[in-house]
Ligand binder design. Structure first.
Ligand code: C2E
Ligand code: MG
Ligand code: MG
Length: 570
């Protein structure tokens, strides 16, 4: 139950009790008024008779009347006391209701309005602003990488940090504006403004970003956070450079609609590098819709086995022999056509399905590779997200056992950029895989700034020189020098090397002057589906062929020397 609901419930029984007592109190007050009237009617006669009797000038008042008067006085006093108490009680209830209302409307951590009350308050602001010929800007604020800060420093620090951000924002609020916390690290400001002067909102947004990102010292946390902002306006979409509202006649948007638009703009601000604000523009919604469709299609595609392995040949450049294949995932989407990994891998990582996707294509690849000659290896790529999975090594071993595939024929490629995160975890993972006989290569070397210490400490079996250097090494001297340097580095660490991106015989020739490499690239053919690989291996007699109950080997008699290899070109 939410805090506000709890408080509403707490207020409810007292309201019911008050209702019962109110009827009683009306009765009490009625009797008291009757007593007062009787007192006024009787009192004069009884008092005057009492005074006359006290002076010895006559008889005292009638006994019955005196008793009635005393009773009257008692009732009046009782009524009066009850009236005082009732008054105090009413005040108490009023205060309790005020507290309950406030708690129901505000966020208990930061004291800002909560999402529910913000909606109503925004509606009122829009109504007021429209009446005055003004507009309202809804500014969505999200702290960048807050989850990470929270996880690393603990929730107590996270909470203090949110309070500090709320306080800093509150101090900047223009008159008539409101600040709400929508949940987690999401805040929203609603600011009325002159639609002809949207730059007021630009200034406010820039000031908010500056203020939130100033150094912070809270609960032992010393550092700074940044925020991304998205802005929508109640009178239409803002075009860049506009001084006029897009459509002054447009019906003002609803609070939910405005929040949604601001949210889309905020998402774009994050995507474009964070720590900035963006106004909502129409195309953003289209892009977001496309992105949502893509996410759903990826999820569905995994279930429907639309992700398939393609294979790129890996060649021993000295002998020209085919030594194995790198598996590269492809998405055969019935709706979108053939899609490459550069598109779907980052999305799959972000929406948390990369593990599932990767395991499905690796399992297919292990199954395919069982039919290849046993000297042919299979390389697979691993996302940095998978490296954080503590069960990853076990999952790979389970797949190897399920496919009955020898671990020493499997090579796992880890990109250089993934070494920056969780180096201890990566070390443990590599060691555990290597202990089972699986090979580990450092992929895309030269692009990720790994340190020499990492190269020495992490037990890699191979370095793969990034294709960007190899592809351009004939035309670009710098690239050639980089390949040269990486080659010397590999040699001094005793690490064998693979050059990626061999596109032409000239590149191959140049590589032969630098060192000993394995290689891969379009010169040897583009990545191909499993069936094409089988046909190619069948021609070269590099397939394991089913012969009755047992399996026998093709001869692999050297006829697999491929065009463009060093042996041929030598
Ligand atoms: P990578 O591991 O460096 O793979 C090599 C990429 O270079 C492949 O692109 C390949 O098609 C391309 N390539 C090979 N030879 C040449 C050439 O001569 N010239 C040019 N211009 N390009 C060449 P692809 O298939 O688009 O893969 C891109 C990246 O996506 C891969 O880079 C790899 O990091 C990643 N990837 C592919 N499949 C998977 C997967 O199953 N899981 C994960 N986590 N990543 C994958
Ligand atoms: Mg690779
Ligand atoms: Mg690579």
């Amino acid at each position: 139950m939410s805090g506000s609901a709890k408080h509403e419930d707490a207020a409810r029984p007292s309201a019911i009790a008050r209702f019962g007592r109110t009827e009683l109190d009306v009765l009490v007050m009625g009797i008291t008024y009757a007593a007062i009237i009787l007192f006024v009617g009787n009192g004069g006669a009884v008092f005057s008779k009492t005074i006359i009797a006290a002076q010895g000038l006559g008889f005292g008042p009638d006994r019955l009347l005196s008793t009635a008067l005393l009773l009257n006085i008692a009732i009046v006093m009782f009524g009066w006391t009850r009236y005082g108490k009732l008054h105090a009680e009413l005040n108490e209830h009023r205060q309790a209701e005020e507290v309950a209302r406030q708690l129901a409307e505000t966020d208990p951590l930061t004291g800002c309005l909560n999402r529910r009350s913000m909606r109503q308050a925004t509606e009122n602001l829009i109504e007021g602003a429209t009446g005055r010929g003004e507009a309202v800007a809804v500014i969505m604020i999200d702290i960048d990488k807050f989850k990470l800060i929270n996880d690393i420093n603990g929730h107590a620090v996270g909470d203090r940090l949110l309070c500090e951000c709320a306080e800093r924002s509150r101090l900047l609020l223009p008159p008539g504006a409101l600040l709400a916390r929508l949940g987690g690290d999401e805040f929203a400001c609603v600011v009325p403004f002159n639609p002809r002067r949207p730059e007021q909102i630009d200034h406010f947004a820039a000031a908010l970003i500056r203020s939130v990102s100033a150094p912070m010292s809270v609960a032992g946390y010393e550092g700074h956070v940044t925020a991304s902002l998205g802005i929508s306006r109640s009178d239409g979409v803002r075009q860049p450079g506009d001084l006029m509202p897009a459509d002054p006649q447009a019906t003002p948007a609803t609070p939910d609609h405005l929040l949604h638009m601001a949210d889309i703009a905020m998402y774009q601000a994050k995507k474009q590098g964070r720590n900035q604000y963006l106004w909502f523009e129409g195309e953003m919604a289209t892009e977001l819709r496309y992105r949502n469709e893509l996410e759903n299609a990826i999820r569905l595609g995994i279930a429907e086995h639309e992700f398939v392995p393609y294979y790129e040949q890996q060649i021993d450049l000295l002998s020209g022999e085919l030594v194995g294949f790198e598996m590269l995932a492809r998405w055969q989407s019935p709706k979108l056509g053939m899609i490459g990994p550069e598109v779907f891998i980052p999305i799959a990582e972000e929406i948390g399905v990369i593990g599932e996707l990767s395991e499905s294509v690796i399992a297919q690849a292990l199954h395919d590779a069982r039919d290849w000659h046993p000297r042919l290896t299979l390389s697979v790529n691993i996302s940095p997200v998978q490296l954080r999975d503590p069960w990853f090594a076990q999952k790979i071993l389970k797949m190897l056992v399920a496919a009955n595939f020898p671990p020493n024929r499997l090579d796992i490629e880890i990109t250089e950029s993934s070494l920056h995160q969780n180096i201890a975890g990566v070390h443990a993972l590599i060691t555990s895989l290597k202990n089972q006989g699986v090979g580990i290569s450092l992929d895309d070397f030269g692009t990720g700034y790994s340190s020499l210490a990492q190269l020495r400490n992490l037990p890699f079996d191979r370095l793969k020189i990034d294709r960007s250097f190899v592809m351009s090494m004939v035309k670009d001297k710098d690239s050639a020098s980089i390949v040269q340097i990486i080659s010397s580095l590999g040699e001094s660490f005793g690490l064998p090397m693979t050059a990626e991106g061999i596109e032409s015989p000239e590149i191959l020739e140049k590589l032969s002057t630098i060192g000993k490499f394995k290689g891969q690239g379009y010169l040897y053919g583009k990545p191909a589906p499993a069936a094409d690989v089988v046909s190619m291996l069948a021609v070269r007699k590099l397939l394991v062929v089913d012969a009755g109950a047992g399996r026998s080997l093709g001869t692999g008699d050297g006829k697999d020397v491929v065009p463009g290899s060093l042996r041929r070109s030598a």
